[in-house]
Design a protein around this ligand. Structure first.
Ligand code: URA
Ligand code: CA
Length: 442
């Protein structure tokens, strides 16, 4: 087999066989096939597309390029959740304990990663002493005993995806649905999930801006999961503004705690109940969304979700007193409001820019070795549809550096778009995609 012929074949719109796809991924990982040939192939795929069988083959070739996590010693159906982008992913901190409290095992391998704010692990480390360092045996034991454990990522999951994604990033070949879907699904499948709930974001702050394209991406991912025997469903959710109010590590942890107390922002709670319901159904803990939702609402109102979060923190060496006394969390030196430069109804809030402001404050990592400041971030006081007077605070900045604060303030001012007319909020949940098909809500 020659790579040249395979590039030519795809360029002319033919299908690549399973063997050919395996040859490409294997050769690429070994270094036998150079970047320039793989980039040419990616460009050919970008224009000629791949069918479902090719997409599934590419996914599995990437899964098989590295290690897979074996969770078979954990009792029950392991349901994982994945959100496609978005700013400040507070949902995991809420979903993991409520789903575990409902009896569905949560065996989460999380990364630190690059981003506007830290990953789930960084956030949990704001509980003094919390650690993800443990043996695989301990990890499994914890999930079997208390239904929940958060581990650090094994470095060698889907290495072919890591290499390919980096190459696509610099060759303008990211935006192909089959390539995106296989990239995301290869990581989830390698992480050992039995079933997967996807939260596919759509809108101005999402990686997929167009709603129809988001539904198509969701379908591609559900098809992949289903074809490899993993029950998969996708919820399409709006991202025209950041979710909840908090962006930043400790700020998001506090928001998660408040949500577990039943005092969270409405949109964040709604999203968690929706995603959580599907996790319960896939995990055999409820027969339909009505039953699942009722269970989860009860878990929140009875305090069982909050108790589960404390159990997780304690089991992994952290101080769970913080949950009952939020003043124990480290606070930054500067806490200042951002006052609106104009009056009107909030039309949208560019989530990417709010994320960037958080990054500028030091809440996230720009490079793998950057240090994160857990205490800094932003609280948004005004969201889409709210009326704002000139000079009224739209947000509060939490910072440890005056210059960074000023830069963040400028970005936040620009991120808010106003309208003189009343603005109606659009629906948060746009629809779902299951193996039976697409269901768009109206
Ligand atoms: N996220 C991924 O993990 N992969 C893509 O290709 C795009 C977004
Ligand atoms: Ca948030």
């Amino acid at each position: 087999m020659r790579m040249y012929d395979l590039i030519m074949k795809k360029r002319s719109g033919e299908k690549l066989s399973t063997e050919e796809i395996n040859f490409i991924i294997d050769g690429y990982i070994k270094g036998d096939i150079p970047d320039y040939q793989v980039s040419a192939l990616m460009m050919a795929i970008y224009f000629q597309k791949m069918n479902k069988r090719e997409t599934k083959d590419l996914t599995m070739a990437m899964v098989n390029s590295g290690d897979t996590v074996d969770l078979s010693k954990i009792n029950g159906v392991k349901v994982d959740k994945h959100s496609t982008g978005g700013v400040g992913d507070t949902t995991t901190l809420i979903l993991a304990p409520i789903v575990a409290a409902a009896g569905v095992p949560v065996a989460k391998m999380s990364g630190r990663g690059l981003g506007h704010t830290g990953g789930t692990i960084d956030k949990l480390e704001s509980f003094k002493g919390f650690s993800v360092e443990m043996t695989v045996e301990k990890f499994i034991e914890n999930v079997n005993n208390i239904k929940i454990a958060i581990g650090g990522q094994t470095s060698n999951l889907a290495p072919a995806d890591k290499k390919l994604y980096a190459l696509r990033d610099v060759t303008a070949t990211v935006e192909n649905l089959s390539l995106i879907a296989s990239s995301i699904m290869s990581k989830k499948i390698a992480a050992g999930a039995d079933a997967i709930v996807l939260d596919v974001k759509t809108g101005s702050g999402a990686f997929m801006k167009d709603e129809d394209a988001s539904f198509e991406l969701a379908s591609e991912m559900v098809d992949i999961g289903t074809s490899v025997g993993k029950n998969t469903i996708a919820v399409i959710t709006e991202m025209d503004q950041p979710l909840g109010h908090a962006v930043g590590n400790i700020l998001e942890v506090k928001e998660a705690i408040n949500t577990l107390k039943g005092q969270g922002p409405e949109d964040l709670e709604e999203l968690c109940l929706t995603l959580g319901s599907h996790m319960l159904i896939l995990g055999n803990a409820a027969k339909d969304t009505d039953e699942a939702r009722e269970k989860l609402e009860k878990i929140i109102s009875s305090g069982e979700g909050l108790k589960k979060l404390k159990e997780l923190i304690t089991a992994q060496g952290g101080n769970s007193d913080y949950v009952d006394d939020l003043s124990l969390f480290e606070a930054p030196k500067i806490i200042e409001p951002v006052n609106s430069g104009c009056a009107g109804y909030v039309k949208n809030i560019k989530a990417d820019d709010i994320g960037l402001a958080a990054l500028v404050l030091g809440a996230g990592r720009e490079t793998k070795i950057s240090e994160i400041d857990l205490s800094v971030g932003i609280i948004l006081h005004k969201k889409i549809g709210d009326y704002v007077e000139m000079g009224e605070p739209i947000a509060t900045i939490y910072a440890n550096d005056e210059d960074k604060k000023s830069k963040a303030e400028e970005i936040i001012q620009k991120a808010y778009k106003f309208s003189s007319e009343k603005v109606t909020k659009s629906k948060l949940i746009k629809g779902i995609v299951t193996k039976e098909g697409i269901n768009k809500y109206r």
